[in-house]
Design a protein around this ligand. Structure first.
Ligand code: SF4
Length: 369
């Protein structure tokens, strides 16, 4: 049977963080109801697809919990009617922001959610203030504890690095906070100043670390994670072995998924398409084709984000032949400078290679030698 991931975008946030360019806005109860109805309708349009096993279901945002646990339960119930979800195997993640108010983790757990991804960002209150977050470290502590008390064991925490005045010691405290709260997974993103954000308007006054300092921080973070027992498995992702994000692995393994909600992308039956980042057009069920997916270059480009890299085993399962020699030859050129490694059964980027992954992958995939 066909296995797919399901992504559900919840485009509401209580507040817009100054660095964020995700599609999200504030909303009210009526809008949350309408939005939930729309999602359920669009999901039920897939009801003739009961032969699809959804082995991952991911609520991202935005801030999904702004909808409340009841509406999230409603959406999960409608997914159960349209796809085959096998609990407890189906990894069901909800992104959460620590808040002053309580989140009904008990109801989320009863609905089938078994993974919580919390936007911690930092365990330093000054850094949280800089990032315009609504929570402080005590709120984060309370949020994690109440998720654990409700039965969640698989908790992922997000961190941000390369913040102004962020020291190695601050970084260590944030990682220590994650480990001491039992995080099974940590995503650590380098702060990027995206166009259209408040930070972008103000970028000349931000005093961000330069590229060299950012690279040093990333290397330090990788070493810290190792020290705390986290395996580095993707450029920005670390976990206790066995707790990799199954949903995100689908993206990096170039496997198929179906997305719902404005700005959600899909890769389904060999085609890529997305829903516009616009409420009105999304309510009108508009879908924009985005070409075919899953060719050799795409498979390599996405797979090189993983520390395991591209293996012959995976390549053969997908394409029926071994990795073409030309890609291995190109990757080999960067091995003496420590940016790639050639393995018995494939090739991969190193942690140093991750820092320049875009240009490195472009070199490996270029059309002429
Ligand atoms: S809470 Fe998350 S999605 Fe919402 S504005 Fe902040 S960073 Fe963006």
């Amino acid at each position: 049977m066909d296995k797919k991931g399901i992504y559900i975008h919840i485009p509401f946030c209580r507040n817009k963080c100054p660095y964020c360019d995700f599609y999200s806005r504030s909303g009210g109860e009526r809008e949350y109801n309408n939005y939930t109805d729309m999602l359920c309708k669009q999901i039920s349009a897939f009801s003739e697809n009961k032969n699809i096993i959804a082995d991952t279901l991911y609520f991202g945002g935005g801030t999904p919990t702004v909808l409340g646990a009841e509406r999230i339960t409603e959406i999960i119930e409608s997914a159960k009617k349209s796809f085959t979800l096998n609990y407890p195997e189906t990894e069901t993640t909800v992104e959460v922001n620590p808040e002053k108010r309580d989140i009904d983790f008990g109801m989320l757990f009863s609905a089938g959610c078994n993974r919580i991804s919390i936007g911690l960002q930092s365990a330093n209150d000054k850094e949280l203030q800089f990032l315009g977050r609504l929570h402080d470290t005590r709120d984060a502590d309370r949020c994690i504890r109440s998720a654990i008390n409700a039965g969640f064991n698989n908790i992922s925490l997000d961190l941000m690095i390369a913040l102004p005045n962020q020291t190695n010691e601050n970084l260590r405290r944030s990682v220590d906070f994650c480990a001491s709260h039992g995080a099974k997974h940590i995503s650590a993103y380098i702060l990027k100043i995206e166009e259209g954000t408040v930070f972008y308007k103000n970028k000349d006054n931000l005093d961000l670390p330069d590229d060299e300092r950012t690279a040093d921080m990333y290397e330090y973070l990788c070493s810290l994670m190792k020290e705390y027992g986290y395996k580095h498995y993707e450029i920005s992702n670390f976990c206790i072995t066995g707790y990799e994000s199954k949903h995100n692995l689908k993206y990096w393994h170039d496997e198929e998924y179906i997305g719902f909600g404005p700005s959600a992308h899909s890769f389904f039956r060999g085609k890529r398409f997305y829903r516009p980042a616009n409420f009105k057009r999304c309510y009108a069920n508009e879908i924009i084709p985005d070409g075919s997916g899953g060719d050799v270059e795409e498979f390599i480009m996405l797979g090189l984000r993983l520390l395991e890299g591209i293996t012959n085993e995976r390549f053969r399962i997908r394409f029926g032949y071994d990795i073409p020699e030309k890609y291995i030859r190109r990757a080999e050129r960067f091995e003496p400078v420590g940016l790639t490694k050639i393995l018995d059964n494939g090739f991969a980027l190193t942690e140093r290679g991750f820092m320049v992954s875009n240009s490195l992958i472009a070199e490996i995939l270029k059309t002429t030698d």
